[in-house]
Design a protein around this ligand. Sequence first.
Ligand SMILES: [Zn+2]
Ligand SMILES: [Zn+2]
Length: 200
Amino acid sequence: MSSGDPRPSHPVDTHGDPLTFNVAGLLAEPPGSVREYAVDGVDVDLSEDELVLTRPVSGRVRLLRTNRGLVVESDLNTALAGECARCLRPTETEVQIELAEEVLPTIDLASGLPVTLEEGEDPETPRLTDHHELELRPLVAEAISLQEPIAPLCEPGCPGLCEECGERLSPGHSHGDGPIDPRFEALRAFRAEAGEGEDE
Ligand SMILES: [Zn+2]
Ligand SMILES: [Zn+2]
């Protein structure tokens, strides 16, 4: 196969994980060889980070053979669920996953010998498995969690909640100068009560 002929198809992998790529074929090619793959709607579990995606991860992955291993470049996107920091409505934050990482083998394809890091090389450098597989899932998960917004807003300039009635301060929201509507009072009491228990 020529390196100028990137295939959009997925390589065979042994775990059935669409984010695991068997790169033995690419490692057997000269530096500069490239593979490109489409990633089409892959779920990534981020429950350890208490994060939820509103849509699966999609986009493209490009693998470039280097002298020692691979450079992984990704153009992937997804979106994170959240809660507006001002009015508590659900939010959705777009996330671009643009990796540009060198990944080194653990076993040399030709000799079968372990590949050791050179002096001064970052021990955290991502490695291929000893079956010449690239496991992209942890890299993708980390890239997403690093982009968790600190205080997402449902819209720019969200007006937040009314201090009197707890409703969202939509345009025109007003209590005038009169006393608070008793219905709002009842609602506020209810919310205060509910707030002591669970979230819902
Ligand atoms: Zn809001
Ligand atoms: Zn109000």
